[in-house]
Design a protein around this ligand. Structure first.
Ligand SMILES: C[S@@+](CC[C@H](N)C(=O)[O-])C[C@H]1O[C@@H](n2cnc3c(N)ncnc32)[C@H](O)[C@@H]1O
Length: 206
C-alpha cells in the first residue's frame, strides 16, 4: 500500500501512538503535525538523532543544511529553529513533509530519491536518517558523503545493539566519530577545523 500522511493527533486519538512517546513529544515541540504511515508503520523524529543534531547545530552554527531522507521534516524544522539560513530536504514520500514545511521561508523541499543526492553539492552540514535497509549502501559511499560538507555530517547507523559490523567498517577512518544516543548508533564525519567542538558534542552525549 502506498504510504499516506496522517495527523499525529489522529494517531494519538485512535490509540496508535502515546502522546508521551518520543515521536509525539519531539513533534509537538518542533511544530510537526503530520507523519507518513506505511501500512501500520510510522516514521518520525527519534531522540538519538534529534539530540545529536541539536548539539551539532548549536556548536557548529551551520548556515546551510541538507536533510536526506527527511520524513516528516522534523530535523529540517530543528535546523530552521536553530537559525540555519537555508535547508534543503529530500524525501521520496513527501506529502507529510510538504504539509509540515510547505510555505516556510528558508526551506526547499525536494520529492525524490535521496541516493541521487550523494556526492552532489556542498553544504555546511548534512544529516542522513535513512531507512534501515539503505544504511549499508550509504556506508559504502561514505567518501562521497565526506565531499558534501564543510563542517560535519551526521548519519544514523541503526540501533546500537545491531550496529557492531557497521561501526567496525568505520574503525580507523580519520575524522570520524561513532556515538551512542538513546539506544541508536550515529556516525559523525567532521572536518579538522571542528575537532574541538565535536569533542564537546561527544562528551555531552556520554
Ligand atoms: C528514518 S525515516 C526519517 C525520519 C525523519 N528524520 C523524520 O524526522 O521524520 C526514513 C525516511 O526515508 C524515506 N525514504 C526511503 N527510501 C528513500 C529514498 N530512496 N529517498 C528518499 N527518501 C527515502 C522514508 O519514506 C522515510 O521517511
Amino acid at each position: 500500500m502506498r504510504p499516506k500522511p496522517i495527523e499525529i493527533n489522529r494517531l494519538i486519538e485512535t490509540g496508535r501512538l502515546s502522546n508521551l512517546s518520543p515521536i509525539a513529544l519531539i513533534s509537538e515541540k518542533l511544530g510537526i503535525r503530520w507523519l507518513m504511515i506505511f501500512d501500520e508503520y510510522i516514521y518520525g523524529p527519534t531522540p538519538g538523532i534529534v539530540e545529536a543534531l541539536d548539539l551539532l547545530l548549536t556548536k557548529l552554527r551551520p548556515r546551510t543544511v541538507l536533510d536526506l531522507f527527511a520524513g516528516s521534516g522534523a530535523l529540517s524544522k530543528l535546523a530552521l529553529l536553530r537559525g540555519v539560513k537555508h535547508v534543503r530536504c529530500v524525501e521520496k514520500y513527501a506529502e507529510a513533509l510538504k504539509l509540515n514545511l510547505g510555505g516556510l521561508r528558508r526551506v526547499e523541499v525536494i520529492e525524490g530519491d535521496a541516493m541521487d543526492f550523494l556526492g552532489e553539492g556542498k553544504y555546511d552540514m548534512v544529516v542522513i536518517d535513512p531507512p534501515e535497509e539503505l544504511i549499508d549502501q550509504l556506508l559504502k559511499r561514505v567518501d562521497e558523503i565526506r565531499e558534501m560538507f564543510k563542517l560535519a555530517a551526521l548519519l544514523w547507523l541503526g540501533s546500537w545493539r545491531d550496529a557492531g559490523p557497521r561501526i567496525k567498517s568505520l574503525k580507523g577512518k580519520r575524522m570520524t566519530s561513532v556515538i551512542e544516543a538513546w539506544g541508536d548508533a550515529l556516525a559523525i564525519l567532521w572536518k579538522r577545523s571542528c575537532r574541538e567542538k565535536i569533542k564537546i558534542v561527544e562528551r555531552a552525549l556520554r
